[in-house]
Design a protein around this ligand. Structure first.
Ligand code: ATP
Ligand code: MG
Length: 329
């Protein structure tokens, strides 16, 4: 059976970008057709300045949201990265497989380093080694992610191939999968930039737990342009293209075709807002129910970690042996 792994960082409240780029497919498609593991990758949240209490809170919230959007613990494995030691264990071997130069070439490293100010943690640089470990520990075939993670998955493939060539066939070489539309949702206020949950300016970010009225306001204020017609042209008119892609992702149409149905930005924005509100409504409702029962969520995460460990341990042990580390007697 196809093995799928993916994760989300507890660096902020989850966004519409996270949902359309990755999470929705996990629930609607991936868990039904594969042996799938989904992870709140909390260790990755420590690569930038963080508040311990907030990370803890956001980790539980992200896990609760994954269940709220339909991940079924009977069908897939939902867990927290730091509960499974194999991630950190294998990360070190990935650091011993990767080169300094290829880590420094990563776009996310350069971008977050530029935002990071005085403190740039070493772990921000080595992040892709941990991410490769996350993926490779499970013998993963497919990694459903947004477009921004394609480079990291590509590096993961390189590391898997290199490791296998040096030490023997331990790892499956995975590939990234992305949604047909909205693989890179843009910030509504800055439509050339990716919508990101850790960004400081929140006016252009739709959070999954935003109230309906807040979603309507944010969409109504989305930056567009002065062109009189609604046309799908991502390069020249990114704001409108972003709205059309969001609408297409919510309703199932094609952004280019949808454009023809609108005579004004006002009408388009209204429909986008309602489509997003309706899509998120059941997620918010279910989240409220689950948040009232933290014992249930904890139980899911405990079982999930146990299952994940059982899958990861033999392969990580094999990797340790393959590189020449003496197994404990
Ligand atoms: P951060 O700003 O902390 O990096 P993020 O919003 O980018 O947060 P991640 O936890 O890094 O979220 O990514 C989780 C998943 O969501 C990944 O698969 C990523 O590709 C996807 N994703 C993130 N932002 C977007 C976006 N704007 N459009 C589509 N997919 C996205
Ligand atoms: Mg990100």
């Amino acid at each position: 059976r196809t093995r799928i792994f993916s994760g989300v960082k507890p660096t902020g409240h989850l966004t519409l970008g996270n949902y359309l780029g990755a999470l929705r497919r996990w629930a609607e498609v991936d868990q039904h057709r594969a042996d799938a593991l989904f992870c709140v990758v909390d260790l990755h949240a420590l690569t930038v300045a963080h508040d311990p209490a907030r990370v803890r809170r956001l980790t539980r919230q992200a896990a609760t949201l994954l269940l709220a959007m339909g991940l079924d613990p009977e069908r897939c494995t939902v867990f927290v990265q730091s509960h499974v030691d194999e991630h950190a264990r294998l990360s070190y071997l990935m650091e011993c497989t990767a080169s300094d130069g290829e880590m420094r070439r990563m776009i996310q490293y350069k971008e977050k380093k530029a935002q990071g100010g005085a403190e740039v943690r070493l772990s921000l640089l080595t992040y892709p080694a941990l991410m490769a470990a996350d993926i490779l520990a499970y013998g993963t075939d497919e990694v459903p992610v947004g477009e921004d993670q394609a480079q990291h998955v590509e590096l993961t493939r390189d590391l898997a191939v290199r490791f296998n060539q040096r030490y023997g066939p331990v790892f499956v070489v995975p590939r990234a999968t992305r949604p047909p539309v909205a693989a890179r949702v843009k910030d509504l206020q800055e439509p050339t930039a990716k919508m990101g949950k850790s960004h400081a300016r929140t006016a252009g970010i739709v959070y999954l737990l935003d109230e309906a009225e807040t979603v309507r306001k944010k969409v109504a204020r989305a930056v567009t342009d002065a062109h009189p017609e609604v046309v799908y042209d991502p390069a020249e008119r990114p704001g409108v293209a972003n709205l059309l892609e969001i609408l297409a992702a919510c309703t199932g149409g094609e952004p280019g075709e949808l454009a023809g149905a609108y005579g004004s930005y006002g009408a388009l924005k209204k429909d986008v807002a309602e489509a997003v509100v309706e899509m998120l409504r059941p997620v918010r409702e279910r989240h409220a129910e689950l948040a009232a029962d933290p014992g249930y969520v904890d139980g899911v995460l405990r079982d999930g970690a146990e299952r994940a460990r059982a899958v990861a341990r033999p392969r990580v042990d094999a990797a340790y042996r393959a590189v020449g580390l003496l197994p404990p007697a």
